[in-house]
Design a protein around this ligand. Structure first.
Ligand SMILES: *Cc1c(COP(=O)(O)O)cnc(C)c1O
Length: 375
């Protein structure tokens, strides 16, 4: 980045991502594979640099949400296995095969479409079967009365001639939440997952090479559910390990700069909607960050940022490209100085809570125009 253009940027520590990868890896059972989730531009950290780092570090698999994200990685020289977690229309079966991508299959009808397309090309599409054990999102239904039908549909899917089944997985709804109910729900999801696998393997004499279910919450709280591969996203980026069990390090710092500073008399209103009125003579700074950079407007008048030796409260409606902060108590802060929106000094979780959301959403809402600067 050109120093003169310093406006707002996201500082990303690749060494910290590598540290987190190794810390997570160190607590896995022997032989357990590591899949790094790099969907949504690696949670805002930049899919290509993160994917290359994981590839060079010896990770086994990557996961993305959709075909476009997978192709971006292939075009960028990533050669390791990539699993697409979401749906891909069967018209793209050839693209999937030619790019050596692994597609999730979440229903028998989709399995049949992919198989027909692959078979017509004289090729096979590598797939992972996805079970819906209680997330109620993608996946073969298999809970309760759907058990036998679910098992039957999976058996039929893996027997199709155009498909090469490499894995089977499911996704937890509350593995990252405390409380007995959440624990019971997660254990029930896991039990159902392993029961379906056992029933399918018995019926088909097929053995799933890679069984996986552990997202970040499960890696942290249910190490016994690692199976053949774990599938963390958030932990890799250094969040979600609130008790510091794994000693993970946050990898992103969102930084902006002070554009101007002015003094206002008591009674002066600030920004759109006049939702903030100065109560004292106020030294007000304008920051070069707004909701079009990914700072949620809902945080207006509800947050503080790290500036100088302490913190500065945000004042008035957050605008598209700017917002204001009260620097009266921070006389050491001047025009051009850096202000940390979140990072080592200003906890992203506090900011997320004030916005009524989770760290995930803040991370992946940082817009394209915010340059990523890699350390
Ligand atoms: C996003 C996602 C993950 C990673 O979740 P984290 O909570 O970030 O670890 C794992 N598996 C699936 C299917 C996902 O969609």
């Amino acid at each position: 980045m050109n120093d003169l253009q310093k406006r707002t940027w996201a500082e990303i520590s690749l060494p910290n991502i590598r540290h987190n990868y190794e810390a997570i890896r160190a607590c896995l059972p022997a032989g357990c594979r590591f899949l790094g989730v790099v969907k949504a531009d690696a949670y805002g950290h930049g899919a290509l640099p993160v994917a290359h780092l994981l590839q060079d570090s010896g990770a086994d698999y990557l996961a993305v949400s959709c075909l476009d994200e997978a192709l971006e990685l292939r075009r960028g020289g990533v050669t390791m296995p990539i699993l697409i977690l979401g749906h891909t229309p069967h018209e793209y079966t050839e693209t999937l095969i030619d790019n050596d991508l692994t597609q999730t299959v979440s229903a028998l009808a989709k399995a049949q479409e992919y198989s027909e397309a692959a078979f017509a090309l004289g090729k096979k599409l590598r797939i992972h079967i996805k079970l819906d054990t209680g997330m109620s999102r993608l996946g073969f239904l298999c809970a309760g009365e759907h058990f036998a039908g679910g098992v039957e549909n999976v058996v039929r899917s893996i027997g199709l001639p155009g498909l090469e089944t490499e894995g089977i997985y499911t996704h937890f709804a509350v593995s990252d939440e405390p409380g007995e109910d959440c624990e019971a729900y997660t254990r029930e999801q896991f039990r159902l997952f392993t029961d379906v696998i056992a029933a399918v393997e018995e019926k088909s004499a097929f053995h799933f090479p890679i069984r996986h279910c552990a997202n970040s919450g499960a890696v942290l709280h249910y190490p016994e559910m690692a199976l053949d591969m774990v599938r963390p996203g958030l932990l890799l980026y250094g969040y979600g390990d609130e008790e510091g069990k794994l000693g993970l390090r946050p990898c992103m710092r969102l930084v902006t700069t002070v554009s101007t500073i002015k003094y206002y008399e008591p009674g002066t209103s600030v920004s759109y909607g006049r939702r903030f009125v100065c109560q004292r003579r106020t030294r007000m700074g304008v920051l070069a960050i707004g909701y079009a950079d990914g700072l949620p407007r809902i945080l207006s008048n509800r947050c503080s940022f790290a500036a100088g030796e302490g913190f500065a409260p945000q004042c008035g409606s957050i605008c598209m490209d700017m917002c204001m902060v009260d620097l009266t108590d921070r006389p050491e802060v001047h025009v051009g100085d850096e202000v940390e929106i979140f990072g080592a000094k200003n906890d992203i979780n506090a900011l997320a809570a004030a916005a009524g959301t989770i760290s995930y959403e803040l991370l992946c809402s940082i817009f394209k125009r915010v340059p990523r600067v890699y350390l």
